[in-house]
Design a protein around this ligand. Structure first.
Ligand code: CMP
Length: 144
């Protein structure tokens, strides 16, 4: 069933010039890009994004990290897009990520793991609403 997921290219993806390469993977897979923006994340947004991790040791470093340079926020659509994108991203810890996955290809450190993706349809709805206004999600015909 077609669903939406939220993906965030983290600061090191932008600083290392990997935006195009990573977006290209999702395009070539056949997913449909429905929302896209380059932005700086405020502390308020960062804390809201990672609210479920509040109190954990990595919360503050993770919040500081996504505020450290711009990020690219995206909405992608397609059949089982949430699970599909998580497979394409690879394990949260790049050391355990399949070598062909995005984290397996481009990252070595869990705290600089290149990309975030929603872990469920419910998280996707919450995260999309954090980063996008409804009119910023576009519907259009896609070839193929
Ligand atoms: P992300 O998918 O964005 O969700 C939470 C983030 O916290 C995670 O990716 C990592 O970048 C970061 N993080 C840092 N340390 C840890 C850890 N020990 N366990 C889980 N996530 C961590």
């Amino acid at each position: 069933m077609s669903e939406r997921t939220f993906l965030l290219l983290k600061p090191d993806a932008i600083q290392r010039g990997l935006i195009g390469e990573i977006i290209s993977r999702f395009e070539k897979k056949g997913l449909k890009l429905a929302g896209l923006k380059l932005l700086s994340v405020s502390r308020e947004l960062a804390e809201e994004h990672y609210a479920e991790h509040k109190g954990k040791g990595f919360f503050e470093p993770t919040v500081s990290y996504i505020m450290s340079a711009p990020v690219v926020a995206m909405v992608w659509e397609g059949p089982e897009a949430v699970a599909l994108c998580r497979t394409m991203m690879g394990a949260t810890n790049p050391k355990n990520a399949d070598p062909g996955s995005i984290r397996g290809s481009y990252a070595v450190d869990i705290s600089r793991n290149i990309i975030h993706g929603s872990d469920s349809v419910e998280s996707a709805v919450r995260e999309i609403a954090l980063y996008f206004k409804s009119e910023e999600i576009l519907d259009y015909a896609k070839a193929g």
